[in-house]
Design a protein around this ligand. Structure first.
Ligand SMILES: [Cu+2]
Length: 473
């Protein structure tokens, strides 16, 4: 395997970067998030500061922590030069708290505030980010983790000695470590805005210290605009215990690696079965082994091992309180995603008339869902309409040359495996990563009334048409 880490910029500034991973604890509600321009040290702690947009002066924003069953109150203060909102990715909240402009609330104008009240039904690893001008606002640094903790006696069943939470990001910086301009046509028509600097919790080329024999709970969230990561933890073989916040029966990651599309999360249990003084690396090889690069270095301290034998395998965490889909009564739907470069889409409907791909591209629209491109997304007819309480089964077909992590708001869904996949075998997620030319089937009970976004979490695809509204009434 050839390794290149993304050192094509700022060569010489890197090296020896040591990050202390200490998520800031939000001790009391209500919390306050202030979005404002500022400076971030993205590259290395002593590197040049990057002018970014920050929550509470940092990128990523503070790790918000609360307990399952609580009502989390967050007051958002907009000190940006443009309107914003905050969406709580993966939380099943009432639609007026979902942070989507117009569907949920008017955008928060510069200088104004909005208070979100978020009932925390589900435990798990979630995150927050704006839903206005998302490509630019998220890409400039506005995102953070939201951790909803299980009761302590439940979390204790995992046997973890400590917890680490990582926001994985992918920035496009120029030679002066400043954020490159937004809105490129190629980003919309191809794979989205890929970066040249990968950060973990806002720092480039980080190292994490481990102790031999310890067990770590690792929460990883892909907060990048577009990049899908495919992570390898060799020589470790962690247990996967939750996806998009929702517990699964613990299973070894094995040789397959971990796909993490934009917006997706995974909780892992990692037993440090290396000797004191050893080191290892996390590798991303989403573009194949010839283009693998380093995400993170592990260093095992010289301390004596915490224990001689690994603890017993982690127990499964209890499922979150989601209604169970009944496939025998399911309403079936189909969403066909087309367009983009090398996709072969000739024409699509927009604003009530058939338009050529060339005309669509001139209007900044590159993607179609079921042959149509949204004109005014917030006033367009709903893509799909659901009767509240009924099981919905949606086939999502990706007839494009690109990866698309498809995210549904307000609900979590089961991802069925294969044609005859059963609910019992299906992982629960809020974002499903469609590989090129791949079809997935998702099932869920439409139990949350309102108009909800369904969109690609490659934010440049979302901005150029890969978004729509589904309605539950
Ligand atoms: Cu996409």
């Amino acid at each position: 395997m050839s390794l290149f880490s993304r050192r094509d910029i700022l060569v010489g500034a890197a090296g020896g970067a040591l990050l202390t991973l200490s998520p800031s604890l939000a001790s009391a509600t209500p919390l306050r998030l202030s979005a404002a321009p500022g400076e971030a040290g993205l590259v290395v702690p002593d590197g040049p500061p990057t002018r970014a947009w920050l929550f509470n002066g940092q990128a990523p924003g503070p790790v918000l922590r609360a307990r399952q069953g609580e009502m989390l109150t967050v007051e958002v203060d907009n000190q940006l030069p443009e309107p914003t909102t905050v969406h709580w990715h993966g939380l099943r909240v009432p639609v007026e708290m979902d942070g989507v402009p117009y569907l949920s609330q008017p955008p928060i104008k510069p200088g104004e505030r909005f208070t979100y009240r978020l009932p925390l039904e589900d435990a798990g690893t979630f995150w927050y980010h704006p839903h206005v001008n998302s490509s630019e606002q998220v890409g400039r640094g506005l995102h953070g983790l939201l951790i909803v903790e299980e009761p302590p006696e439940v979390a204790a069943r995992l046997g973890a000695d400590r917890e680490i939470a990582w926001a994985l990001d992918d920035w496009r910086l120029d030679q002066q470590a400043q954020i490159a301009p937004f809105g490129g046509f190629r980003d919309k028509s191809h794979g989205g805005r890929f970066g040249n600097v990968l950060t973990v919790n806002g720092t480039y080329l980080t190292r994490t210290d481990l102790r031999a024999g310890e067990r770590v709970r690792l929460r990883i969230c892909n907060v990048a605009n577009a990049q899908s990561f495919h992570l390898r933890f060799t020589p470790f073989d962690p247990w996967v215990i939750a996806l998009d916040g929702h517990p699964i029966a613990p299973r070894r990651l094995g040789d397959g690696g971990l796909w993490l599309g934009a917006g997706q999360r995974a909780d892992l249990i990692l037993d440090v079965d290396l000797d004191p003084g050893a080191s290892a690396r996390i590798i991303d090889d989403a573009y194949g082994p010839d283009q693998a690069f380093e995400v993170m270095t592990w260093r095992v301290s010289e301390e004596p091992p915490l224990r001689d034998q690994p603890p017993a395998p982690p127990e499964a965490l209890p499922a979150n309180p989601l209604p169970a889909p009944d496939l025998t009564l399911a309403r079936s739907h189909k969403l066909l995603f087309e367009g983009g470069a090398m996709g072969g889409l000739q024409e699509a409907m927009m604003g009530g008339r058939m338009m050529s791909m060339r005309d669509l591209a001139e209007a900044g629209r590159l993607w179609a869902i079921n042959g149509a491109v949204p004109d005014d997304i917030y006033n367009a007819p709903s893509l799909l309409s659901f009767t509240r309480g009924e099981t919905q089964l949606i086939e999502l077909e990706n007839r494009t040359a690109w990866r698309h992590p498809i995210h549904l708001h307000g609900h979590s869904f089961r991802v069925l495996t294969g044609e005859g996949g059963s609910i019992a075998d299906a992982d629960t997620r809020d974002t499903v990563l469609l590989q090129p030319e791949e079809t997935a089937r998702i099932a869920f009970v439409a139990d949350n009334p309102g108009k909800w976004m369904l969109h690609c979490h490659v934010l440049e695809h979302q901005a150029s048409g890969m978004m729509g509204v589904v309605e539950v009434s």
